[in-house]
Design a protein around this ligand. Structure first.
Ligand code: SAM
Length: 239
């Protein structure tokens, strides 16, 4: 997948390119991440990308011309056609189904705002989608862009090893993941559940499914509202 990130802080994206699963995806050629800095498209000595808001008020607004040029450059860098997403607290909320839909796109361009946000006309002229990572306000869109990239990249076939299947993570099947344990067998007087030590794969599968169902019911009952339970799931919940 090809992703262009328009940002005045391109160094922040090292958190993705230099660490963990996303870094491996880059080195294996499964993720190509190009950052484009709007400051490169300014003509003044200070490389100004912001200006005072029309109508007055606090804060600054990102100027449209450098942003538009940076977006065009980012679209070119990822192959000439891409869905352009502005990370914004006013966008639709990112969830697992949106993550899975975005992972189907061959290319994305992600615009990170700063200050009070970006000139509205850039959004109207160049943005296909506004996406929020939650109902709170961050200082900039970079962390939100990286959250999106990390979640999307996990869905690309080949990025996660066999032992880290995304299909078993929370939300993939509409449920929260089951609890996990590793050695030692006893920690602060708490034993690992007996069933996990016995090697009976069918019993383990059923125990995990039941734990997922119970955990989802206790912590996120809203997830179960729109989900039809299979006969086995109904039986496990009733046990
Ligand atoms: N004045 C804007 C508002 O109230 O809608 C907030 C601007 S915020 C300080 C600066 C930038 O951070 C935004 O342009 C956006 O790119 C990013 N941002 C802030 N909160 C976000 C969120 N919840 N999801 C995605 N991006 C966010």
């Amino acid at each position: 997948m090809r992703i262009g990130a328009v940002t005045i802080f391109p160094e922040m994206f090292r958190a993705i390119t230099d660490y963990g699963v996303t870094s491996r995806a880059v080195s294996e050629g499964l993720l190509q991440l190009e950052t484009v800095n709007p400051r490169a498209f300014t003509a003044d000595r200070h490389r100004t990308v912001d200006d005072r808001p029309y109508g007055g008020g606090p804060g600054m607004v990102m100027k449209p011309e450098p942003l538009e040029a940076a977006l065009d450059s980012a679209v070119d860098a990822v192959g000439g056609s891409a869905r352009v997403v502005y990370l914004s607290p006013q966008g639709r909320l990112l969830d697992q189904s949106l993550v899975e839909a975005l992972a189907e796109e061959p290319a994305l361009v992600l615009l990170s705002g700063r200050y009070e946000g970006v000139d509205e006309r850039v959004i109207e002229a160049r943005v296909d989608d506004e996406i929020s990572i939650g109902d709170y306000v961050l200082s900039g869109g970079e962390l939100a862009s990286m959250v999106l990239v990390d979640a999307v990249v996990r869905q690309i076939p080949g990025v996660l090893g066999h032992s880290q299947s995304a299909a078993e993570d929370s939300f993939a099947d509409g449920l929260l993941d089951c609890p996990h344990y590793t050695r030692p067998e006893r920690f602060h007087d708490r034993p690992v559940p007996e069933v996990l030590l016995q090697g009976d794969h069918e019993r383990i599968r059923r125990w995990r499914l039941k734990a997922s169902l119970e955990r989802t019911l206790a912590r996120r009952p809203d997830l179960l509202e729109g989900r039809v339970l299979s006969k086995e799931e109904q039986e496990l919940l009733a046990e």
